[in-house]
Design a protein around this ligand. Sequence first.
Ligand code: HEC
Ligand code: HEC
Ligand code: HEC
Ligand code: HEC
Ligand code: HEC
Ligand code: HEC
Ligand code: HEC
Ligand code: HEC
Length: 458
Amino acid sequence: MKRRFPRYLLVPLIIALISIPAGFFYVNWNKSGDGAGLYSRDWQPEAIFAYWNPKDFYRSVDTVVGEFTGKQCVECHQAVTPGVVNDWSKSRHATPANGQPAVFCSDCHGSNHQDLHLPTPDVCGNCHDKQHREFVAEKRYGFPSHSLAMERALDAKHFADKPKAEVTACLQCHSVASKCDSCHTRHLFSAAEARRPEACITCHSGPPHPDDETYFNSKHGQLYLAEGQNWDWSKALVKGNYPAPTCAYCHMDAGKHQVAGKSIWKFGIKQVNPLTSGNEVRRKQWINLCADCHEKDWSAARLKEMDAERKAAWNKLYKAEGILKSLRSDNLLFPSANQRPPYAMDSKDSVFQYEHIGFFEGQASAFYNVSAIERDYFEMWYFNNLTAYKGSAHGDISFVNKGHEAMDRSLETIEKKADRLRYIGDIEKNPEKRKDKKSNDENLWLKGEYTQFNRENN
Ligand code: HEC
Ligand code: HEC
Ligand code: HEC
Ligand code: HEC
Ligand code: HEC
Ligand code: HEC
Ligand code: HEC
Ligand code: HEC
């Protein structure tokens, strides 16, 4: 009997044969613009991006001609950039231990002055294979992680469609992925500097990630402030060397160049189950780390308190999310998604517009171009929630309270605004129910309290 290729498979097969290469083509096309990342065709790089993302944007200066030895670089740059030379002279690169040869400017930047490069992590990796390998291997933990930070920022919709002035700094912090001078700054490249909390807080501070604030409010941070100047920072970050932990002690224990391996709650913008087998393993790693200085059961109990705090926070967030979703299904959000311009970078949105509510429906869309009540939820989720989270992760009770009080207040506001929207929706349908007999519908929409209210709160 002759076997025939089943007809019903033919159409899907043809569609797949066309759409898979078309998909690849589309992504490649999008990445081939003047910018970088998924939306590279939609923005132009600033000059400073050459330094924050050298791989994609750096082009050597060509004003100085010639090939130079390391010593010649230093001599001329003593006059051109004395600060750089001073820091380099004090660094281990200028005078390494055990008679190793000095590491000159040319070892990192090249010797041809018309073909200079700014060293990406793989250049450092030529001599520091262990740190470089660890750093790159962090990618396996997915987002967030230092080694994926640049992609994360470039591929975020709000990076491409918000005004440039508001997003330029994204790449400054997210450059932690594209060069190795974030924690040991150029040109001192000091391990001691990187062990201190100051090395991290240039990036890890402010409302969505208040690591700086919560660490310094904690007992650990207070001990660092009181005594840190007397600690011997030349020592490695292992048990016995430090009386109280710093950021790197906890997140890069034993000097491992990865920060994502032990993460359970990650950035804190979605709920996780801390009891999965993978997370139990991570929790054990945390407990072993605390046990450098504390008792194990005590440490486990402390970390469980954080889980309990997270559960309480998510109960509040889901309540707010539920209110918004029910307003959406009754078509009561105002202005609704159809009454406002489509979210700029969202191609799906230009065809089928709807209000994105909560993490799983699209995070970026909640930043702006939303109604007042949706923005209230965004603030509750992205700022109040993350304030409380980092407070409990880092042992800062004041931030836990501050975050929960703010969440309670936000929830109350959301409930009040929802009542108001329901009332107005109701009298729109049943004008006879209007309590305020003097106004008519037109007045209510144009001059009414609701419109005023919205204007003030938008
Ligand atoms: C261990 C590697 C290394 C060595 C050695 C080194 N640099 Fe750099 N240099 C860097 C890194 C990393 C950057 C930052 C790159 C970036 O911003 O993308 C940098 C940036 C620079 C910059 C531009 C940014 C700025 O701060 O103005 C200059 C100029 C510079 N280096 C000069 C020198 C000179 C001169 C020497 C020798 C005295 C030297 N470098 C030695 C790694 C090195
Ligand atoms: C004769 C003097 C001289 C010598 C030798 C010299 N430089 Fe420079 N270098 C300069 C000057 C001047 C500039 C600023 C050029 C400009 O901005 O157009 C500069 C700029 C740089 C920059 C910054 C480039 C940028 O895009 O920001 C780096 C990095 C650098 N030099 C590295 C080196 C290295 C490595 C060597 C040795 C191989 C070296 N220089 C030797 C004079 C010198
Ligand atoms: C040509 C080889 C070479 C390159 C390239 C290189 N280094 Fe080094 N690095 C060394 C040597 C050698 C030492 C000194 C080791 C010693 O003294 O035992 C060192 C030491 C260090 C230290 C330890 C300093 C301390 O305080 O203990 C750090 C941090 C460091 N390098 C970072 C970097 C970074 C970041 C880059 C890339 C921007 C880089 N290195 C590029 C060879 C290199
Ligand atoms: C130059 C900026 C910068 C510096 C300095 C910096 N980080 Fe980060 N860090 C980031 C960015 C950006 C992310 C988020 C990356 C992403 O979007 O995937 C991040 C993420 C993290 C995470 C989250 C990992 C996870 O899986 O959730 C931890 C933990 C972390 N950093 C710890 C540190 C510590 C500790 C230091 C100091 C020793 C430090 N960082 C220094 C920019 C920085
Ligand atoms: C002050 C430094 C800083 C600036 C500026 C900054 N970020 Fe971040 N960003 C971070 C840090 C730190 C984290 C990780 C916090 C954590 O894990 O707790 C992060 C996390 C993120 C994440 C979440 C990563 C994930 O996988 O969950 C995204 C997306 C992101 N940033 C994009 C941006 C964009 C786009 C901009 C510009 C509008 C920006 N960031 C500006 C430091 C910064
Ligand atoms: C998030 C902060 C951070 C970043 C980014 C970072 N380092 Fe480090 N680095 C540290 C800390 C903290 C230490 C001290 C570790 C310890 O005490 O064992 C350190 C130490 C080192 C040392 C000295 C190791 C020793 O045992 O003396 C080298 C070399 C080094 N880093 C290279 C690199 C290279 C290469 C990169 C880029 C791939 C890099 N670092 C990026 C934080 C960082
Ligand atoms: C005593 C140890 C300790 C110290 C010190 C510490 N952290 Fe944390 N940090 C934690 C714990 C525990 C969590 C929650 C981890 C989890 O379960 O996800 C956390 C969470 C984080 C996160 C979210 C990503 C993640 O791993 O969950 C970032 C980012 C972070 N800390 C940065 C910092 C910075 C920056 C500093 C210093 C200013 C710092 N931490 C100091 C213990 C510490
Ligand atoms: C390098 C040592 C060290 C490490 C590691 C360390 N701590 Fe601490 N911690 C201290 C010291 C010292 C104090 C202050 C003395 C005290 O109160 O017992 C302290 C105090 C505290 C306090 C406040 C005091 C109290 O009794 O309530 C909390 C909470 C805490 N640590 C939690 C943790 C957790 C959770 C971890 C692990 C993620 C951890 N610590 C890791 C040294 C450390």
